[in-house]
Structures are given as C-alpha cells and as structure tokens.
Design a protein. Structure first.
Length: 123
C-alpha cells in the first residue's frame, strides 16, 4: 500500500488554533467548567505542579484584561514615594480599622513592567 504525501503549508498552525478555540468553547459551557474546576483541584493537590501551575496562572491573568478590571475599582493620583511626586495608582479595596478609620488598598505599578508594583495601604 502506498501513502499519499500531501503537505499543506500552515496546517500545523491552523490545527493548533482550532484545538485551542475548541477547548475554549468546551470550557465555557457548564460541563466544561465543572471538568476544569475538578482538574484545577487535582493539580492543586500535587506540590511541585501546584507551584508551577499557580505561577503560570498568575502570569496569564496579569496579561488578561478581565482580571484587572475586576480587581481595580478606580484609578487615583497619589503623592508617592514622597511629597511633590505624583503617581498614578489603582484602588483594589477598602478596609476599616477598629476605631472606624477608613483605609484604601492601593496598587502602584512600576516601570517598565506595569504588571509588577507596590501594594500600599493609605488613609
């Protein structure tokens, strides 16, 4: 029996994109979400794999617009790291101490990589 040699340029790339697209559709439905949740719990129970997985997940979430819009409540302009120096930052939450004083949880991004930064709590 003779094999037919057929080479299609870019077929591997197209197939890879098709598989990723199909997985995305599958994970967004109810059955897919349950399976994905179960798989994440399984991965989280393996010590070394858990560390690698969580690191990759955080890196992916850092570049994903969805997580940043959920975490950042609003943009503010604060004097940081000292007076007369103004910095753009993001409010990520609020808290109240025992005396009733309110505090803001603020993320100050750094350059040149805005996905890293400093977390401060200001009154």
């Amino acid at each position: 029996m003779e094999k037919i040699k057929l080479e299609i340029p870019g077929f591997g790339l197209i197939l890879t994109l098709l598989i990723i697209f199909s997985l995305g559709i599958f994970v967004t439905n109810v059955l897919g979400r349950r399976l994905f949740s179960w798989t994440e719990r399984l991965i989280s129970s393996i010590p070394l794999v858990k560390t690698i997985y969580n690191t990759l997940k955080q890196i992916t979430n850092a570049f994903s617009g969805a997580t940043q819009t959920e975490n950042y409540q609003r943009v503010i302009y604060i004097q940081y790291p000292r007076k007369e120096l103004w910095t753009i930052s993001f409010v990520t939450g609020e808290s109240v101490d025992g005396s009733g004083k309110e505090y803001y949880h603020v993320f100050v991004p750094t350059t040149p990589n805005p996905t890293s930064g400093v977390f401060i709590i200001i009154p």
